[in-house]
Structures are given as C-alpha cells and as structure tokens.
Design a protein around this ligand. Structure first.
Ligand SMILES: Nc1ncnc2c1ncn2[C@@H]1O[C@H](COP(=O)(O)OP(=O)(O)OP(=O)(O)O)[C@@H](O)[C@H]1O
Length: 671
C-alpha cells in the first residue's frame, strides 16, 4: 500500500513537472531570437518534448542520441541548435569544407531537411549557405556545389562516400572543418527493430548498406566534432556507436514501463486491421480461383481491391489517404483499378437488370461501380527525381487526395533484384528502367494532413510498419491506419503486433479490427469490383507504368527548366493524370443509394461528422497545431534523457498509462 501511495504521489509530481515543462518556451531553451521569430512565422510557438530536451544539450556542445516517435519534431530538435551554433561561426568561416554534415537515408528526406534549413536561414536573414548533394550528380556538379564550401551539407552516406572517392571532398579539409555531424534516420532501419535492439551497429548499417558508406567518412571525423544521432536506437548500442563516432553522448529515449515498450505509435493515431475473410467462403473461392488463375497472388490482390474500394468509395476513411504497396506494379494495378473499368452496360447486363425489374432510372447509376473515378498518383523509385519531389509537393498542398507509394522498407538491393528480375522477363526496353536506390518516403517524410494510411500490402517488418503509420498523426494532428491483411500475411502481422508490444488495455500500440466495414458492404461491391479488377490486366499495368514514366520524364524536363526559373513555383503540372484510355464519366461517380448497405451508410455519416468536428474539410489547409488537441494527444509526450555516466534525467517521462479522459475512446469510433 505504502509503495502504491508513494508511487502515486511521485506520479503526481511528475505530472506537475510535465505540465510546467509543457509551458516551456524556445526562449527558455536559450534559442536565438532570430530563430524564434522564424518559428513564429511558421506558426510554431512552443517546443515539443524532444526539442525541449535536445536543444539545450546540443547548444551546450554535447553529443546526443535521440530516439523519438515519428512526427515528434526531431528535425527542428537538431536543425535549430545547429543553425544557432553556425550563426556565431559563419563570420569567421574560412573553411575549405562544410562545417556541418546532415546525413539522411533518402533523397526525399534530404530534400525535406534541406528545405527546412534553407527556409529558416532565409527567415533569419543570416549569411549561411546550405547545399544538398545526391550521388546521381556528376562529379563536376558536385564540385561546383562545393566550390565555395557551404556551411551545411545535406546528403546521404552513399553520396559522401562518392565525394570522398572522387576527390570532390578533401579528407584533410573535412578533418579541419567538420564541427557537427548529424545522422538523421540513417542508422535505425533494420528488420524487426524491437527484437534486435542488441545487434551491433555494424549489423544495422550493413542491413541498409550504409556500413561502408559511413566508414568512408568516420575515418575523417575529427575528435572535436559534435555528433548527433536522431532516431531509434537503444542504449545497448551506444558503446558501439561511441567507437565509431560518438563521444560520451546524452541519450534521449522513450521510457519503458516494466518490460513493455511504451507507446511506439503516437497516441493520436488509431490503428485498424481488416482480415480478408476468416470464413469458409474464402477457402472455397481460393480453390476455384486457384484453378482458374494459376498465379494465386493475382487473386489475393484482386480480393484486396474489393476491400480498398469499399473503404474509399463508401467513404469509411478520411482523406487525404496514403496507400502503401510493396511493388511498383501493384501500385499501378491499384491506380488503374481506381480510375478505369469495364462497361457493365453491355446488353447482357441490361437484359439481366430488366429481368430483375430494376428501375430504369437507376441504370446509369449501375455504371458507377465500373468507373470508380478515384484519381490517384503513384510515387515510386522509378520516377525521375523532379517528378517525385513535385508529386510530394502537390500531395502536401492538397491538390489530390490519394497517393499510392511503394515502400522502401525492403532493402534497396532486394527491391532492385525483384524488380530487375520481373523486368528482364518482360522486355528489353523495360529491363533498362532504373530504380533509384536513394528513393524513400516511409522514413522521415513529413506528409501534410494525411489522415489515413492504408497498408494495401503489409510491410515486411515492425520497423517498416511504424514508419509507414508515422506518416499520419504528425505533430498535433490525428490520424488512422488500416492494414489489409491477407491470410498469407498473418504471420508478419503477428510479428508486427508482438514488436509493438500490443496490449488491448493501452491506447496506442493496439491494432483493432476495423469496425465499419460490414460483410454486406464488401459483398455488395464484390461482383463489380472483381469485374473491373479483371480488366486491369498485366499488360494494362505494364503499359500504364511505361506511360506514366514517359509522362513523368517529360514533366521532369519541364520541371527542371521551370524550377530553375521559378524555384519556388512547384505548382505546374498534375501527377494524378488518368492513365486508362477511356475517359471516366464525371456523372457516373457517385454510389447510388439503393446499393448502399444501411450500416455502412450510418458509418459513413459518422466519418463525415467526425471530419467536420475536427475541421478536416479536405481542403489541404489546416489550422495551426496549437490548441487543437489536448496535451496528452501530443505524439511526443514522453522522453527520458540519459546523460553519460551520471544518469542525468533531463526530460519528461510519462507514466505507464496516459491520462485517459474518454477522448481516446471517443476517437476509436471515428476513423
Ligand atoms: N514545436 C513544434 N510545434 C508544432 N509543430 C512542430 C514543432 N516542431 C515540429 N513541428 C512540425 O511537426 C511535424 C513533424 O516534424 P518532423 O518531421 O521533424 O518529425 P520527426 O520526428 O522527424 O518524424 P519522423 O520520425 O517521421 O522523421 C512537421 O510538420 C513540423 O513542422
């Protein structure tokens, strides 16, 4: 009893401290007024917990390892103090190499970090130069970019290795100049993150091919260089990390409650899953279809198409929606399925309809189900870089609501192997297509206002799942995820659940069955959806993929020229172009009421009400973060900071179960 009471009062104290900390300002963290003004212009007034802990430590010159939830503000946590430190150095900077390196795993993330840093520099009106380098750049372009050495270099480990090997970066100059090194998301991606927390850094880096790339640099990192490692890692790795780059780092990490991992997924993201048929029907259909279609994968994909159609067309999930597939072909299959269809108004259907005494005025409505009219864009590693960045910009700006993205959670090599194998089988022309090994939108990309993430294909690991889901519910927004799990994916799904430490009694980390999709709703769409799915043949997919690539190469050239003239004007081209040859009929796009299942209709109404209540009008513009949600909806409510040796606690630590005030329960009903 005494222990329980003691613990309670301790918790209350912690809670009070937490609330005080919540009011802490950037000024109190010692941030430069110019940066504070710049943040205010961006609508950012108060630091997030990771920022509260990390900024003072980084300003004090400490090495920091920060492990924090997705969408918690890690980028500003290091960019702000990094810039501030360079403010004072810049006047006297006569370095022959960049003073700060920010290394990230993908081109997309590099663009994002570069833009954030640049925009802060511009808003602060300081003379700092930031450049972004990619390994696809020619040696002369790399040299030009580094000719008058920038203060900050944003790049990937692979590109740094290239620069060093081509003599674009001089090792001695790096040794003399480098003062701050940031690794953002570089080291954390490895399979089954939570089962291998003790694996060595070398293993982690190796799994993503960064080992050699980073080793090329580590030899030239001067002892005095301040090193920051942002993202998931465990204290068990620090000793190993220290040997490579870190010096007595402060470790900022999520607290763990007992043996159970604390919230890994931000609390404001609700997770759902849909199992395709747990009943006999599935087994029967598999047998029949397996006979008709030797390639059973085709059937599984087709079946999932019915479910995703029901989710989107019956408006059971909120827009904007980010859909993940594991292959590029599947992405295009989905896009074609959404936008095109077969003509069901064939005489035989009309005859059947008349035979059933269907009302004549509903005949046109019937066609709706074969022309779903859902416009989407596919984002993948095959597209030119400009197009990819532009697609991201447009999606973030709210110009379209559905983005299908291929995953980068599988190792790049594996992905390339799979693709090249498939491509070789197709045609020589297609085999020439190149995938960008630095593509990636799963880690770190700050998608704006994505309300729903759908796993059309399940990711290959727990880490992949967390990063996908982390594209929604960023900062103070709410979000939801729906995973379509086929029986074949049950094993990986179970692994993911155990990696999350799933616990029904806790708000986060729990993946609930999706409550709104009734069997009737799915079955009412099944017949027509499968009819349409059949029309999306392998050839159609291949042709549209090639067509899209051609379009985007053209776009990319135009964009390149355009961006040179108007670097800030990205709103030039549309990427969610219809790829199917038949133009969708605009008047055929609504689902006729008589085909709607009453339960689903109710569910859809609830979604709309919830959307209205949250002010999500899908316009792509949101109100500021502040005051929209309760403090305990903050994705980063919990940090502990561990100092070297003395076990300094500088951050806040949330206790076991968060203050549940019913808010979360309410949320569970509205997706
Ligand atoms: N103090 C703050 N107040 C409000 N919003 C913030 C604050 N700091 C950052 N943000 C916003 O939160 C969003 C997520 O930030 P960021 O991309 O840095 O998250 P992250 O922790 O790096 O996520 P990930 O793990 O996915 O990389 C961004 O849109 C950013 O502008």
């Amino acid at each position: 009893m005494a222990t329980a009471t003691g613990k309670l009062s301790h918790e209350n104290e912690d809670q009070e401290k937490e609330e005080q900390d919540d009011d802490q300002t950037f000024e109190e963290l010692g941030l430069d007024p110019r940066l504070i003004r710049a943040l205010t212009k961006k609508g950012i007034d108060n630091p997030t917990p990771i920022q509260r802990v990390a900024i003072p430590l980084i300003l004090a010159g400490k090495d920091v390892v920060a492990r924090a939830k997705t969408g918690s503000g890690k980028t500003f946590a290091y960019v702000l103090p990094l810039l501030q430190k360079l403010f004072s150095d810049s006047a006297s900077n006569k370095n022959l190499a960049p003073t700060a390196f920010i290394l990230v795993p993908t081109r997309e993330l590099s663009q994002q970090v570069y833009s954030e840093a640049l925009s802060l520099i511009e808003l602060c009106r300081v003379q700092l130069k930031v450049v972004q380098l990619m390994s696809t750049m020619s040696a002369s372009d790399l040299k030009t970019a580094l000719a008058a050495p920038p203060d900050i270099l944003v790049s990937t480990p692979a590109c740094i290795k290239t620069c060093l090997s081509k003599g674009v970066l001089n090792p001695t100059s790096v040794q003399n100049s480098l003062s701050i090194l940031v690794l953002d998301e570089v080291q954390i991606q490895y399979d089954h993150e939570f089962q291998h927390l003790n694996s060595s850094l070398a293993d982690l880096l190796l799994s993503y091919g960064y080992e050699d790339d980073l080793k090329a640099l580590t030899a030239h990192i001067p002892r005095r260089c301040q090193c920051l490692l942002m993202s998931a890692t465990s204290s068990a790795d620090v000793e190993k990390l220290k040997k490579l780059i870190l010096h007595n780092p402060y470790i900022l990490t999520l607290p763990e409650v007992g043996d159970v991992k604390d919230d890994i997924i931000p609390q404001n993201v609700q997770q759902f899953w849909v199992l395709k048929n747990g009943h006999n029907y599935y087994v029967m259909v598999v047998v029949v279809i397996a006979l008709c279609y030797p390639e059973r994968r085709l059937f599984r994909a087709r079946d999932k198409l019915v479910y995703i159609l029901a989710l989107l067309k019956l408006e059971l999930v909120q827009k904007k929606v980010l859909i993940f597939t594991n292959t590029i072909d599947m992405g295009f299959r989905l896009k074609l399925f959404f936008e095109q269809g077969v003509d069901v108004l064939k005489p035989k259907w009309i005859a059947l309809y008349s035979f059933c005494n269907g009302p004549k005025d509903k005949l046109t409505g019937l066609a709706v189900f074969v022309r779903f009219g859902i416009k989407s864009a596919v984002l993948n590693s095959e597209l030119p870089q400009n197009s990819r960045l532009h697609i991201l910009e447009e999606f973030n700006a709210g110009l379209f609501d559905y983005l299908i993205a291929t995953d980068d959670s599988q190792s790049k090599k594996e992905q390339a192997d799979v693709e090249s194998h498939v491509e070789q089988k197709k045609s020589r022309k297609h085999a020439k297509r190149k995938l960008d090994s630095e593509f990636g939108v799963v880690r770190g990309i700050d998608f704006k206002n994505v309300h729903t993430v759908i796993n059309f294909d399940m990711p290959q690991s727990g880490a992949g799942y967390i990063h996908r889901i982390g594209r929604t519910g960023r900062a103070y927004n709410t979000g939801a995820s729906v995973s379509l799990v086929s029986p074949e994916e049950m094993e990986i799904f179970e692994e993911i659940k155990s990696a999350l430490g799933e616990d029904e009694t806790r708000d986060s980390n729990f993946i609930a069955p999706f409550p709104l999709l009734t069997k009737n709703a799915v079955e009412s769409l099944r017949y027509r959806a499968e009819d349409v799915a059949r029309s999306v043949t392998k050839i159609a997919v291949r042709e549209s993929r090639a067509q899209d690539l051609r379009n985007e190469i053209l776009n990319s050239e135009k964009l390149k020229a355009h961006f040179q003239d108007n670097p800030r004007d990205l709103d030039l081209l549309k990427h969610d172009k219809v790829l199917s040859k038949k133009a969708p009929a605009p008047h055929l796009r609504d689902v006729p009421e008589y085909l709607l299942d009453p339960t689903t209709q109710e569910a859809s109404k609830v979604i709309k009400l919830a959307r209205a209540a949250m002010g999500n009008t899908n316009s792509g513009h949101r109100k500021g973060f502040k005051g929209k949600f309760r403090k305990n909806s903050n994705p980063l409510k919990s940090f502990s900071a561990e100092a070297p040796k003395r076990g300094f606690k500088g951050g806040m630590k949330r206790k076991g179960k968060d203050k549940d005030d019913g808010h979360t329960n309410k949320k569970k009903q509205s997706v």
